[in-house]
Design a binder for this molecule. Structure first.
Ligand code: ITT
Length: 192
């Protein structure tokens, strides 16, 4: 079975491929020959994920899914949330976003946060959504060199290591994306 994963983020594609059934062929936008940065104009992960998958389905007619992920920090009223990719401004780096986050959290004792992933699948013209949440806390400084995005400053509940101090297998034991992907896979399995 062939599925387009409507993403331009190769880290996400690698993480999802590491947990999805081997007989499912996952093709990223680049691999499908689609050179497009689909806008994410909405205020919810759910709407942004739906826009990405629906846009690509309309163009290709091929079953496809997308995902939108946000880091929700309690002391910042849920920020950066849906704006996680562009927290420090358009086209800013992962590192710039972390710098802004740590600055805003300076002197704040409440470090509680969570990653939330919403996957939107378009299957035979119908949309299905799957959510995965990982609770944790934000460190005072960066730790580790693996992963991507906010991984160096996020420690999941039940671990002493940041996501960036874990290999992919370690991160998958806790990860929001893994939990959402497991629900997607269970759904696809139930179609057989
Ligand atoms: P798409 O092409 O799939 O949209 P993206 O990088 O723009 O890729 P999002 O819109 O979902 O992805 O933005 C989420 C941002 O949140 C992402 O750029 C990272 O900074 C951060 N992020 C998402 N998942 C993460 C994870 O597992 N660990 C650390 N940071 C993560």
């Amino acid at each position: 079975m062939k599925l387009i994963f409507a993403t331009n983020n190769d880290h996400k594609a690698a993480e999802i491929r590491s947990v999805i059934r081997q007989d499912l062929e996952i093709i990223t936008l680049k691999e499908a020959g689609i050179d497009q940065d689909i806008p994410e104009p909405y205020n919810t992960l759910e709407e942004n994920a739906r826009t990405k998958s629906a846009t690509v389905y309309a163009q290709t007619g091929t079953a496809c899914f997308s995902e939108d992920t946000g880091l929700e920090v309690d002391a910042l009223g849920g920020e950066p949330g849906v704006k996680s990719a562009r927290y420090a401004g358009e086209n800013r780096s992962f590192d710039d976003n972390i710098t802004k986050l740590l600055e805003k959290l300076k002197d704040k004792p409440d470090r509680k946060a969570r990653f939330r992933t919403v996957i939107s699948l378009i299957w035979e013209g119908k949309e299905y959504q799957f959510e995965g949440v990982c609770e944790g806390r934000i460190l005072e400084e960066r730790r580790g060199g693996q992963g991507f995005g906010y991984d160096p400053v996020f420690v999941p509940e039940g671990s002493g290591l940041s996501f960036a101090e874990m290999d992919m297998e370690g991160k998958n034991r806790f990860s929001h994306r893994k939990k959402a992907t497991e629900k997607l896979v269970a759904f696809l399995n139930s179609l057989d």
